[in-house]
Design a protein around this ligand. Structure first.
Ligand SMILES: *[C@@H]1O[C@H](CO)[C@@H](O)[C@H](O)[C@H]1NC(C)=O
Ligand SMILES: *[C@@H]1O[C@H](CO)[C@@H](O)[C@H](O)[C@H]1NC(C)=O
Length: 242
């Protein structure tokens, strides 16, 4: 037995810490807050409302519904689009900071709309300043997912992968590891490696994890005249190291 003790310690030191468990939407308030970290508005025509956020059976459902007479009528965020939808966004309570002492896996399974004017996302963005931004899932109204890493607003790595339009669930994952002061991000879809991107100076910078259904903006317009649904399940964040 005495030979097992050092092995157990070594395994313990390397074990993954579960930051967000795959059933987190069954205990929403423990792991998630409503809306974006900064509020209800961003750079599309959707304004987030609690009524559009639903959880059940381990699944998050965000619904965008056409709205009329929104108050105020335009988004508070640049470029101040007219608000046309009530929609849903959530962000994780726990922030993600990649350092040389850890690495992260950020995983989820998504049923994502791809119609013109629908702009769902699963992404990391800076807690203070900007960037970092890493888009693990970003669908801009076409049958593609965009993986993006922003060094600046104009220096952006983008890899597009085909995405089915039938609303079937597919998994996305980003594995983030420090590379000096930068962060290396390996992107996967359905457990298949797709791309590596590097974020300049992202090491040590805290990031929020956001799941949102924004509308129009980068995904084109006009958006749908009926309801749009975006679902996420088995979202899981693990950290190796400290
Ligand atoms: C962002 O910066 C990293 C680190 O310097 C570099 O490896 C990467 O190529 C840059 N991305 C783009 C799109 O230039
Ligand atoms: C909207 O904001 C996101 C997140 O910061 C950014 O990636 C994107 O470039 C912005 N798009 C437009 C059209 O403003």
């Amino acid at each position: 037995m005495k030979y097992f003790a050092p092995l157990a310690l070594a395994v313990g030191a390397l074990a993954d810490v579960t930051v967000i468990p795959s059933d987190s939407f069954n205990s929403f308030g423990t792991y998630w807050n409503n809306f974006y970290p900064w509020g209800t508005d961003h750079n599309g025509s959707g304004r987030m409302a609690a009524s559009q956020i639903k959880t059940g059976s381990g699944t998050l459902t965000l619904v965008a519904s056409p709205t009329s007479n929104p108050s105020p009528p335009t988004s508070s965020a640049d470029p101040h689009l007219a608000i046309k939808y009530a929609s849903g966004a959530v962000h994780a309570k726990e922030q993600i900071t990649v350092t040389d002492a850890n690495s992260y896996s950020v995983y989820g399974e998504f049923s994502a709309p791809t119609a013109v004017g629908t702009w769902p996302a699963f992404w990391l963005t800076a807690v203070s300043g900007w960037p970092p931004e890493v888009d693990i899932g970003e669908w801009k109204g076409t049958a593609e997912n965009w993986y993006n890493t922003f060094n600046t607003s104009s220096v952006v790595a983008t890899t597009r992968v085909a995405w089915p339009t039938d609303l079937s669930f597919h998994s996305l994952e980003a594995r983030l590891t420090a590379a000096g002061s930068d962060v290396k991000i390996d992107f996967y879809m359905d457990d298949t490696f797709k791309a590596t991107q590097y974020g300049k100076g992202f090491a040590g910078a805290a990031m929020w994890l956001i799941i949102n259904l924004q509308m129009e903006g980068s995904s084109g317009s006009p958006g749908p005249t009926g309801e749009t649904t975006y679902q996420a399940r088995n979202v899981k964040v693990t950290r190796s190291g400290s």
